[in-house]
Design a protein around this ligand. Structure first.
Ligand SMILES: CC(C)(COP(=O)(O)OP(=O)(O)OC[C@H]1O[C@@H](n2cnc3c(N)ncnc32)[C@H](O)[C@@H]1OP(=O)(O)O)[C@@H](O)C(=O)NCCC(=O)NCCS
Length: 149
């Protein structure tokens, strides 16, 4: 089963999301990562999902106020009812363009029914709709038709 499509989100680090050192607050980073994991898993399952756990979140380098952060989410594993989403977060200096991988983590989301209990995800159907939605999210092509086949 192919679930290799990615979903990307870009944010800017404003002062309200920094700590007393002027760098991105870890709790805000976790919130952004969990939000993207929720989007990725929901697009894959096309069912309501809840976060069961976050695994091994590593804050590798601090992110300064004013930097861009780009989060990339991919399906890492699909179980019977659970979907594990890996998230990479890159920091980018707006002026120099310098970019580095600052945070990584995995989130396990579980598909649930109306009663809140786990329900199976069907990988074949799910991966087809997921790939289609990820394709729709690709940036528009240039007016010159560059890159079109
Ligand atoms: C997540 C939840 C639905 C799991 O319900 P449950 O009855 O304990 O689930 P089960 O033991 O039947 O496991 C269901 C699946 O979830 C996975 N799972 C459950 N807890 C997990 C955990 N802590 N870590 C990793 N996977 C977990 C199981 O491995 C299983 O996966 P699989 O079906 O792909 O093999 C339930 O614990 C819950 O509702 N938690 C609160 C969720 C929530 O409010 N999230 C927002 C956080 S603020």
């Amino acid at each position: 089963m192919s679930a290799s499509a990615e979903t990307r989100v870009i944010e800017i680090v404003f002062p309200m999301n920094t700590n007393s050192m002027g760098v991105l607050f870890g709790g805000h980073a976790l919130s952004l990562m969990d939000r993207l994991a929720f989007i990725v898993a929901s697009r894959f399952a096309r069912k309501p999902v809840v976060t069961a756990c976050s695994e091994k979140v590593e804050f590798r380098t601090p992110v300064k106020e004013g930097n861009l952060i780009e989060l990339i989410g991919r399906i890492a594993r699909v179980g019977r009812t659970s979907i594990t989403v890996e998230i990479e977060m890159y920091a980018e200096d707006l002026l120099s363009g310098e970019r580095n991988l600052c945070t990584t983590g995995q989130f396990v989301l579980v598909a649930v029914g109306d009663d809140g209990h786990p329900v199976p995800v069907s990988p074949a159907e799910a991966s087809a709709t997921y790939r289609a939605s990820a394709r729709d999210a690709e940036p528009p092509r240039s007016p010159s038709g560059e890159g079109e086949s």
